[in-house]
Structure formats: C-alpha cells, structure tokens
Design a protein. Structure first.
Length: 317
C-alpha cells in the first residue's frame, strides 16, 4: 500500500477528529464532574491513525485503557463512544464501561480493557482463533510502555511466537508509567530490542510515533511480513502524550512538571498534526488549502460532538 495524497488527507481528517473529540470530552468531563477514569490520547494521534490505515479494514484491533484514538481511527461509532464515556445506556457498552471500555464489532474493534497488560493474552487468543479459521486477518493489540514490562507481555510474545500467531503488538511508548520514567523503572543497559529480536526471535521495529507517514509505512510492511512468515511482530512507537496520565487536564503545568523534565518545548515541536501538515505541503497542497480543510473538519466534529452530548441521559444504576 503506497502512501499518497488521498491517504494523507484521510489521516489528517482522522487525526483532527480525534483531537477535537478528545478536547471536547476533556472540557465536558471537567464541567459536568464525571467521576470516573479518563485517559486521553491527545498528542498520540499519529500512532493510532498510522496503524489503522496501515492495516486492512478486515483486520482486528484490541485496545487498552487509552483507546479513544484506536477506536476512532478504526472508524468506531462516534455517537456510541460519546454515550459510553458519559454513562448513557446507548453507549457501546451500554453505559456501564465508561472511557476505558470501547467496543464496535462492526468495524472489528473487539474491545479495550483497563487492567495493565491484560489486553495481550486476550488478543493472542483472538489471533489463535483467526489462525484456526484461516481468516488471513491480522490482530493488532495496543499497549503502553508500562505494559511492556509486565509478565503477560513476555509470556504472550513467547507463546504467540511458538504457535505462529498473526499478532502485531504496538507499544505506544510515551516514556512514563503514570509519572515514573524509563530510567527509574529499568535496569541500566535494558535492551528491549535485543530481548525481542534475539531473545524471542521476533520481528521488531522502533520508530517515531509522532510521524504518521513513518508509522503507516512501518505498519504496512510489518503486516505483510507477519502474514507471509507466520510470525509475531512488535512495533515500538516513541510518542508524546500532551495530557496528564489520567484525568481531563491538558496543561502547561503538567507538561512542564518535574517528572516530565520540562517536556513542554518538545511537545510544541512534535505535534503530530504539524508533522503531517508538512507532508501535505510536500505533496503540493497550499497552506491556505490545508487551513481551510482543517477548519471545516473542526467545525464538523464540534457540531457532531455537541449534538450527541446534548442528548445524553445518564443511565440509572
């Protein structure tokens, strides 16, 4: 699958859609005092969209606690997602699950679960079923860098490799397990690439997760290799989350916090929306065209969000 103007336009729209929807969720979550967990994907949109467009529509997604972007990138039902987050029985999980439980079987988004690392064995079970049914479909599971330190990660890579399952594990590495950075969590000389490639004889790629084009190309290449060689793959994406680990806050205060080592300037420079804009300019689009397109998409999804939001009825427990 070759990267072209059509795919870049599609990706840009999806990324704006995710950003607008999550910013509105953040605002209304705070103002309406929704008392449940919320994990925003703002800043990590290129990871979800790059992977979603790099695989086939028939392929399966399975998410984690931070899966709004995965769900929307896979074209999950937006109205049902909004209803779910705000506790309406019309939600994708009948309003019981909330932000961390996304589901839309119609687009092969088979679920997301919040327990750290638990999505891995579930996804490998799905991949096992797909292999036995000879469906020629890839199962993609998203985890964070913290989950990649759980026992379930290594067990899944080992057993999925043993049974030659069509499984792609995507690590969205935003450097922090809540507020603990890599240096505090890992032994000196820790080498994930060595463990995966040599220790488990598994496909492994590590790239810039802020860059849609790089994520798209790497995903598409890995999909082909996994299905051709009957093996597991690990795609390691370095990314930046703009919001706090959990909650509605998207602020300079958190981005400049001590645990982040004053990450604010890096976040400004590496906004995935600005990076994909540069790719569109290289393909010949004018800046004025891009701004007009961006404004149309923002208006469209602001309108969609508030149309659904105003109709929310909290489910009675």
């Amino acid at each position: 699958m070759k990267l072209n103007k059509k795919i870049l336009n599609q990706a840009y729209e999806l990324m704006i859609k995710i950003r607008v929807i999550e910013e509105n969720i953040s605002k209304e979550f705070r103002e309406n005092k929704i008392l449940s967990f919320l994990h925003l994907s703002i800043g990590q949109e290129a990871c979800a969209v790059g992977v979603a467009l790099g695989v086939k529509k028939k392929d399966i997604f399975f998410g984690n606690h931070r899966s709004h972007a995965h769900y929307l990138a896979k074209n999950g039902d937006l109205s049902k997602m909004i209803y779910e987050i705000f506790g309406d029985k019309r939600g994708c999980c009948k309003g019981f699950g909330g932000s961390m439980h996304m589901l839309d079987k119609k687009v092969n988004f088979l679920g997301s679960v919040p327990i750290l690392g638990s999505s891995l064995p579930i996804a490998s079970g799905i991949a096992m079923g797909e292999k036995h049914l000879n469906n020629k479909r890839l199962t993609t599971v998203f985890i964070g860098d913290g989950s990649a330190e759980e026992g379930s990660f290594y067990e899944t890579i080992n057993l999925a490799g043993l049974y030659k399952l069509p499984l792609l594990v995507v690590i969205e590495d935003n450097k922090y397990a809540v507020e603990s950075d890599n240096i505090k969590r890992k032994v000196a000389g820790y080498n994930l690439k060595g463990l995966i490639k040599k220790g488990f004889n598994t496909l492994y790629k590590r790239i810039d997760g802020q860059n849609f084009s790089k994520v798209f190309k790497a995903t598409n290449q890995m999909r082909q290799e996994i299905l051709k060689k009957n093996c597991v793959g690990v795609l390691h994406l370095d990314c930046l989350r703009f919001a706090k680990h959990s909650g509605h806050e998207i602020s300079f205060k958190d981005q400049n916090a001590k645990y982040r080592k004053k990450e604010f300037l890096e976040i400004q420079k590496k906004d995935p929306l600005n990076i994909i804009k540069k790719d569109l300019l290289k393909l010949g689009l004018k800046e004025k065209q891009i701004i007009t397109f961006e404004n149309i998409i923002k208006k469209k999804y602001n309108t969609v969000f508030y149309k659904v939001f105003k109709s929310i009825k909290l489910r009675k427990i």
